[in-house]
Design a protein around this ligand. Structure first.
Ligand code: ATP
Length: 232
């Protein structure tokens, strides 16, 4: 379980997140929604250690990881599927997967088999350059690469971005299967369809703070999300 407690973070003199608390629990995938620029990516960066915390804490199964470097956080079980996927286009699918496991050393054959079972398309294309995959397939690869790190917590930064509705649905199905294996999922999204597919709990960010939270089925249909996008 991941708990983000009263997190403050930002860039230079600008503070973006002014005391945000969210959690991701196994069996209760959580979505963080909010308008462009509200700080969703900043939240992912702070959790993964790419930017420092100004105050607050990040707890993984009760242990404070906020002073660990990014590689140590991955080793302890926090994996990120970054915004824009960021697969290595000139490496093969298999090499991309292999890199996902690097914090634990060389991946086992069983790990590749596991990913192949979840994402058959990646097994078929394993010798192909990742840059030749479609956007949806690259998103699958980004997800599979994160899984190679054997995460306990999976952070997903806007995985629907730039994808056709059919690919968004495939991402939703894949994440739901991953969550059903006990991985705690924290999804950061603007896409309501994907949020509704995946999340059991929802958090709405506004002006760098939590404006609303509750069961996803209630909150996502309540109009609170649309209101926050429209700024009222
Ligand atoms: P989007 O949905 O557009 O990706 P977001 O909710 O993820 O937005 P962030 O990317 O976290 O928002 O940005 C929050 C604020 O921080 C914005 O005002 C943005 O301009 C600023 N910001 C983001 N990255 C940096 C950076 N590296 N240096 C300085 N300011 C930044």
């Amino acid at each position: 379980m991941l708990e983000v407690c009263d997190l403050r973070a930002g860039y230079g003199r600008m503070e973006v997140l002014h005391g945000v608390s969210v959690s991701a629990v196994s069996g209760r995938p959580t979505v963080v929604m909010g308008a462009n620029g509200v700080g969703k990516t900043t939240l992912c960066r702070a959790i993964t250690g790419l930017i420092p915390l100004r105050s607050g804490a990040i707890l993984l199964d009760g242990e404070d990881i906020s002073r660990c470097d990014p590689a140590e956080r991955v080793r302890r079980g926090v994996a990120l599927v970054p915004e824009g996927r960021q697969v290595f286009p000139e490496m093969t699918v298999r090499e991309n997967l292999r890199l996902g496991a690097y914090v634990h050393g060389e991946p086992t054959a069983a790990q590749f088999d596991d990913v192949a079972e979840l994402f058959p398309i990646l097994a078929e294309r394993q010798g192909q350059m990742a840059g030749l995959l479609s956007g949806g397939e690259q998103q699958m690869l980004a997800l599979a690469r994160a899984l190679m790190a054997r995460p306990r917590v999976l952070l997903l930064d806007e995985p629907s971005q730039g994808l056709a509705p059919k690919a968004v649905a495939q991402v939703g199905q894949a994440v739901t299967r991953i969550a059903s294996r006990g991985v705690a999922v924290l999804l950061v999204e603007q896409n309501l369809t994907l949020a509704e597919m995946i999340a059991r709990h929802a958090v709405v960010l506004e002006s760098g703070a939590v404006a609303a939270e509750g069961p996803a089925d209630e909150l996502l249909s309540s109009g609170a999300v649309e209101a926050s996008y429209l700024g009222h």
